[in-house]
Design a protein. Structure first.
Length: 405
């Protein structure tokens, strides 16, 4: 295992290499003649890298001020959001799926320029009580659920956790768990992927699990050998009981990069209060509070973890879980507190994501009408005189031409 010292020794070089690209802006007049000495302002508008969180509380507060504050703080920091498609709440009554609020959430995220992911399509938890026990019928139900949801949201939500935690599903005594136990996790993962891909061939499909063990590796090897349509490996990292050693986090990235697919850290939890001491992942604790000491420990660890993950070439997304304290299990796991006041970790991540890892430059074109800069990959706004243009900067070479009237 690579030491923590060695990991961070090369972090800045990796960030420079894997997160940035070169751009050449050529400015001409209406006849194509280069303009010398044109003053250029270049401002990054968005990251390509997905810095995200679940956004389950969007529009859920009972007053406008809290809803506005939630949106503002989320969008100031993040560009990616996970929407809740849990079967139990989405279709609590048989044949009555609740599209209304999810439609609004997806639309609102588009208005806020936030890329969205749906979570989860198939999972052994959150199964409605009405779901049948007959294996053929439940498979038909899940196929229809996946097909309907993915096709309904095509163009609005195009990233999906197609199946969640399938390595452990067979241990659960409910209809979905029994279905996985009967047919095997490889078969069931493959079916979920096939259903989602058929419903939207352009969708990005994630196989998501917390069980980052050889069991998950073998499952991925088998579904890849079967040529099943998955695009991303999702890694959960709920650190309610203890934080991962940073060298361990790097080792996980190195282990799964061999599949040649992007890695998404899909559910990242780091607490700012006391650690969990039991194994009950369903109980809600009303008195689980954030503390000043815990917030400092959270800050110290998270800024290192984000730097580590941002520097790894295979990682393309980090999704925090949850945005504010007191959500899942009542844990003090938020980037902000229950009253939405930012914690130190929020402020530090903002400094990193929108400061240290953000590009804004000014300059003038040379004698050939060119201006050259290197910046973080993402969307850029460029202004020259009264002309405003937008461009996407990717790794490698980028050649942008602006013709002034």
């Amino acid at each position: 295992m690579l030491s923590e010292e060695k990991i961070f020794e090369g972090a800045e070089d990796r960030i420079e290499r894997y997160r940035k690209g070169n751009a050449v802006i050529t400015v001409t007049d209406s006849h194509g003649k280069p303009i010398t000495g044109a003053h250029i302002t270049v401002n990054q508008a968005k990251h390509d890298f997905l810095f995200g969180c679940n956004i389950f509380q969007l529009g859920r507060y009972d007053n406008d001020e809290m809803n506005r504050k939630y949106e503002e703080e989320f969008t100031n920091l993040l560009n990616y959001a996970t929407l809740p498609f849990y079967w139990g709440s989405f279709e609590s009554e048989k044949d009555k799926p609740n599209y209304k609020h999810l439609d609004w959430m997806a639309k609102r995220c588009q208005e806020l320029d936030i890329k969205t992911k749906g979570h989860p399509l198939v999972w052994h938890e959150a199964v409605p009580g009405w779901v049948p026990s007959d294996m053929t019928e439940i498979e038909d139900r899940m196929r229809n659920r996946v097909s309907d949801i993915v096709s309904h949201y095509a163009g609005k939500v195009d990233i999906w956790d197609a199946i969640n935690e399938a390595t452990v599903s067979a241990r659960v005594d409910n209809p979905v768990g029994k279905w996985v136990k009967k047919y095997g996790d490889d078969v069931c993962v493959g079916l979920a992927l096939d259903w989602a891909h058929t419903a939207n061939p352009n969708a990005t499909l994630v196989v998501n699990d917390f069980n980052v063990s050889p069991e998950f590796e073998k499952q991925l090897e088998r579904i890849k050998s079967a040529k099943k349509p998955f695009n991303v490996i999702g890694i959960q990292s709920h650190m309610h009981k203890a934080n991962w050693e940073l060298a361990r986090a790097w080792e996980v990235c190195e282990t799964y990069k061999r599949f040649g697919l992007p890695l998404h850290f899909t559910e990242l939890t780091v607490l700012s209060g006391h650690l969990k001491t039991d194994d009950d992942w369903h109980k809600y604790q009303t008195d689980w509070q954030t503390t000043a000491e815990g917030e400092q420990l959270q800050l110290d660890y998270v800024q290192k973890l984000y730097r580590l993950l941002f520097s790894h070439p295979s990682v393309e997304a980090i999704t925090w879980w949850d945005f504010m304290d007191g959500a899942w299990q009542g844990a003090p796991a938020g980037l902000v507190r229950k009253d939405l006041s930012p914690k130190p970790v929020y402020d530090r991540l903002l400094e990193m994501i929108k400061g240290e890892w953000w590009t804004s430059v000014v300059g003038n074109t040379d004698e050939n009408g060119k201006y050259v800069f290197r910046g973080f990959c993402g969307k850029y706004n460029v202004q020259i005189r009264d002309s405003k243009e937008s461009f996407d900067l990717s790794r490698g070479a980028n050649n942008w031409v602006i013709k002034l009237s």
